[in-house]
Design a protein around this ligand. Structure first.
Ligand code: ZN
Length: 265
């Protein structure tokens, strides 16, 4: 409660916020209390691990992975129908957890393609040895590590002058290349049909949507969007969330982390 209320003072309560947890902890009620507008999702990797531990059934694990990651609701329903036939007990477990809690297609809020709490896991393993230190040394160790990371990342982000961050720039290029294999036809002033033969999706730039839903959920162009943007002469960068830009990357590491001053009596 103490930690999260300090976090709230810094970042506020917004419906753009999403908490990703492994659900083992009791943070759920505290999050709902302090951040009533935020959304809460379950790390799909932890969910998968729980399924393996409890029901160890290879075909249901395979179906779960696909169902959790699909963007399309009809695809989700089809996969879950199969899942129920494979293991009714495991289906009951997922149903009790709540489908929107772990399914990308049903989740309400923006995931930005972050489906796991890997970041927290990495921090945990980084602190594995330091945890045995006395509390003040542990805090100092965390401060020193953050100081180093912020300095290094601020330096590489500042030296970088392309619109998107390195990772997102590469992702956009790969998506664009895959999109060049598709055909695009204008349907109306706003609607564009993109795909191959009968396997097509519809892009609507006025509503900022694509029927595959990847664009709406990741706030990053999908293959259909990149192809339609080509046809309509739209800039792909304008279709990416500002959070993916190198400006935001710089901003994230913009502030220095100072050492704690000596206590004065
Ligand atoms: Zn799409």
């Amino acid at each position: 409660m103490w930690f999260l209320s300090n976090l709230k003072d810094l970042i506020g309560n917004s419906d753009e916020l999403v908490f990703v947890s492994d659900r083992k902890n009791r943070n759920e009620n505290v999050i709902a209390y302090l951040f009533p507008r935020a959304h809460h999702e379950c790390c799909v990797w932890h969910m998968e691990k729980n399924l393996i531990q409890r029901y160890n059934n290879a075909s249901s694990i395979f179906l779960f992975k696909r169902a959790a990651r699909t963007y399309r609701t009809e695809e989700f329903e089809r996969l879950m129908g199969q899942f129920r036939r494979t293991s009714a007990r495991a289906y009951g477990y997922l149903e009790r957890a709540g489908f929107p809690f772990w399914s990308r297609a049903l989740f309400v809020g923006q995931w930005y393609n972050i489906l796991t709490n890997n970041n927290a896991e990495s921090l945990n393993s980084m602190l594995r040895h330091a945890r045995s230190l006395p509390i003040m040394c542990l805090v100092e160790h965390i401060r020193h590590t953050m100081h180093k990371w912020f300095y290094e990342r601020r330096a590489s982000a500042t030296a970088y002058s392309i619109v998107l961050s390195t990772m997102m720039e590469n992702e956009l290029r790969t998506t664009f290349e895959a999109g060049t294999r598709l055909r695009a036809h204008g349907l109306t002033n706003n609607l564009t049909r993109v795909g191959i033969s009968n396997d097509t999706d519809i892009v609507d730039f006025s509503e900022k949507m694509c029927t595959c839903r990847e664009f709406q959920l990741n706030c990053m162009p999908c293959v259909y969007i990149t192809r339609a943007a080509c046809l309509r002469g739209k800039s792909l960068y304008d279709l990416c969330s500002p959070y993916y830009t190198s400006e935001y990357w710089k901003g994230a590491y913009g502030e220095a982390i100072y050492p704690i001053q000596r206590e004065v009596d």
